[in-house]
Design a protein around this ligand. Structure first.
Ligand code: DOR
Ligand code: ZN
Length: 349
């Protein structure tokens, strides 16, 4: 039994860092990642290159200009133009498609995806990746079916209309999403969060409702979770890690209409180490967190290293903010791995 895991320094291909006092409070929880794709669903949303640049500067200030590199995204709206894409391409790695009203701060998201075709074509030309929140919002579609229906009704037609566009189906939560990505060819990838690997809808709803386990896409059946574990740990091609770490203060999560999101970044690697070890696949963890994502995005793999050490069992503590505490996502088991060393490329001899 190994007590230390050494990895190429990992990346997080889907992260919410928020803004203002929350940004300051949560950014340290991601400092051990080399890079992260940072989501643009602020209030107001990050809809043009100038806003992206300003947000990037706030992130760099909050992370102390250290060895963490934010990879920025543009928030697509019905008003985004191909010219906006030209501007965004100078500062962004990707653009994000939120179907309007699908999740947190998505009211300004896209209502007519087909009308966005010229924008998506310009993205393909510029090499900007499309990050997708893959859920329909139609009131007649059950919340547990929204991802599977999105694949048929929205994503497949979109990809046929814009060949050559590189697409990431984010936070996959169903067997249907895994199958779709597996068959989707080299321009399609999918991310998996740490929390979707360790909780299913029983952990959300059985024996009492647990708002800290509420996220979108909502966690599904155990069979879906098991399929996600098999894909992540089995080395499925074009499937890699994106935490979708989405902090909300406890007052916002615990009210009568609680916000969706799990603040998982600080413990994500400890969770992944547990999951991969349990199925005897620790040798595949590095590919999931530090190789396949970089390869898909066409970015170099990181040079630095990160080390995890086995430790006494612990439960994550909350992070304090002036707006109230933020509970760190707690899996349904005690954590027993901790990040001990993280060296950026510059520090590596
Ligand atoms: O659970 C989620 N929280 N899912 C999302 O898609 C958005 C995120 C957030 O920003 O709170
Ligand atoms: Zn997200």
């Amino acid at each position: 039994m190994t007590d230390t895991i050494t990895l190429r320094r990992p990346d997080d291909w889907h992260l919410h860092l928020r803004d203002g006092v929350l940004l300051a409070a949560v950014a340290p929880g991601s400092a051990h990642f080399a890079r992260a794709i940072v989501m643009p669903n602020l209030v107001p949303p990050v809809v043009d290159a100038a806003m992206v640049r300003a947000y990037r500067e706030r992130i760099v200030a909050a992370t102390g200009g250290g060895s963490f590199e934010p990879l920025m995204t543009l928030y697509l709206t019905d008003g985004t133009s191909p010219d906006d894409i030209d501007d965004a391409a100078t500062v962004c790695t990707a653009a994000k498609l939120y179907p309007a009203h699908a999740t947190t701060n998505s009211a300004a998201g896209v209502t007519d995806v087909e009308a966005l075709t010229p924008v998506l074509e310009r993205m393909a030309e510029r090499g900007l990746v499309l990050c997708v929140h893959g859920e329909v919002t139609d009131a007649d579609v059950d919340v547990f079916d929204r991802e599977a229906v999105f694949l048929e009704r929205v994503l497949e037609p979109l990809r046929r209309r814009v060949p050559g566009l590189r697409v990431v189906l984010e936070h996959m939560s169903t067997r249907a999403a895994l199958a779709y990505v597996a068959d989707g060819g080299d321009d399609l990838a999918g991310t998996i969060t740490a929390h979707h690997l360790v909780i299913d809808r029983n952990d959300l709803l059985a024996g009492g409702i647990r708002p800290h386990n509420y996220c979108l896409p909502i966690v599904k059946r155990r069979a879906d979770r098991e399929a996600l574990v098999a894909a992540a740990t089995g080395g499925a091609p074009r499937v890699f890690f994106g935490s979708d770490s989405a902090p909300h203060t406890d007052p916002n999560k615990l009210g009568p209409c609680g916000a969706a999101g799990c603040f998982a970044a600080p413990v994500a690697l400890a969770i992944l180490a547990t999951v991969f070890e349990e199925v005897g696949a620790l040798d595949r963890l590095e590919a999931f967190v530090a190789e396949r994502g970089a390869d898909f995005y066409g970015l170099p793999r990181n040079d630095g290293v990160l080390r995890l050490a086995r430790c006494a069992p612990y439960a994550p503590a909350s992070v304090a903010t002036p707006d109230g505490p933020i509970a760190v996502f707690a899996p349904p088991f005690a954590l027993s791995w901790a990040v001990t060393v993280q060296e950026s490329a510059e520090a590596t001899p």
